[in-house]
Design a protein around this ligand. Structure first.
Ligand SMILES: [Zn+2]
Length: 320
């Protein structure tokens, strides 16, 4: 029986707080950049505004990367997600809520609370970490023991457990899919279902927010039509900027979600799909027509047992 436990380093609180502060500043800069679009380009079509918002996001991301290299300050991706959710919630409470129905109010607030709860749960979840004992003596013997133990571990667990190494956490994870910076954890066979539920939760919440914003925009247009408000006011611009941001988020989240649905249906993990040449079980040597010496390596998925069985195995794996 293989022992499973978390091998992550204990939290360094001053560094963690510093990263959270950087994330908070970054969220503020992102939202300010998004605000500039409806502020200066409100006459342009919605699609053009959406493109400009995407460009602004890219510009802020590039500037943040440049600052990270120059000033050596790092942000925390989960804190960035958390503060972004919090910002949208604040805008909803301050601006959008007044024009939303009671049902939408209850739905959206409930979704946000569940999302924050799910995010915390994801951060502390076990993706299926596999650990091994190391000799605490000198570094050379430690690395040797580590290597030997890992070899035995892979033999003990077997190929069916699809033990892979996360390059970020430097840990071995059963059924490793990828390391998710936004959720601050590896995604493996134990937390894959939670990951999918959380991803769906984000999609659903963003969609609800966009519906609420549409209701708010319709009400604002009516007021404009009456001549009560001649110019687009500050609140409307903030609401519009968060709408652009939410739509962009929704687009990539839906694409990401669909990709994972595909992976589940065909029982392939993201890491295996990208790095299949690293894993012998995914390779099949095919002799080319030119001659015996020119063999070609092709991809084949030995884990694919048909869509129904694959989905069944995926659900069962999370309960083990
Ligand atoms: Zn990881």
């Amino acid at each position: 029986m293989v022992e499973l436990y978390d091998r992550k380093k204990p939290a360094n609180w001053p560094e963690l707080i510093g990263r959270c502060v950087v994330s908070l500043i970054l969220v503020f800069l992102i939202q300010c950049s998004q605000f500039l679009v409806p502020h200066f380009f409100s006459d342009l079509s919605f699609f053009i505004q959406l493109l400009l918002s995407a460009l602004m996001l890219l510009a802020v991301a590039s500037a943040a990367g440049w600052c990270r290299r120059l000033l050596r300050v790092r942000s925390s991706a989960p804190a960035l997600v958390f503060f972004s959710v919090l910002f949208v919630w604040l805008v909803y409470i301050a601006v959008v809520r007044q024009d939303a129905s009671l049902l939408m109010n209850l739905l959206f607030n409930g979704q946000i609370i569940l999302l924050i709860f799910g995010l915390c749960r994801m951060l502390s979840s076990d993706p299926g970490l596999v650990s091994y004992s190391t000799s605490p003596s000198d570094a050379t013997s430690q690395s040797l023991v580590l290597e030997m133990d890992t070899h035995h571990l892979i033999e003990d667990i077997g190929l069916d457990d699809r033990l892979r190494r996360c390059p970020i956490c430097k840990t071995y994870v059963k059924g490793f899919d990828h390391h998710c910076p936004a959720f601050g954890n590896c995604i493996g066979h134990k937390n894959y279902v939670l990951f999918m539920v959380l991803l769906f939760g984000f999609i659903w919440t963003e969609s609800t927010y966009i519906v609420c914003l549409s209701q708010y925009s319709a009400e604002s247009e009516l007021l404009d039509g009456d001549g009560t408000r001649l110019e687009i006011n500050f609140s409307k611009k903030v609401a519009r900027s968060t709408m652009l941001f939410s739509i962009l988020q929704l687009v990539w989240q839906v694409l990401f979600f669909l990709w994972h649905i595909y992976c589940i249906c065909f029982n392939i993990r993201t890491d295996e799909w990208i790095h299949w040449k690293r894993y012998p079980e995914f390779q099949i040597v095919v002799q080319s027509e030119q001659g015996l010496r020119s063999n070609e390596m092709k991809f084949r998925n030995p884990y694919d047992k048909g869509v129904v069985q694959n989905v069944k195995e995926f659900i069962m794996a999370s309960k083990q």
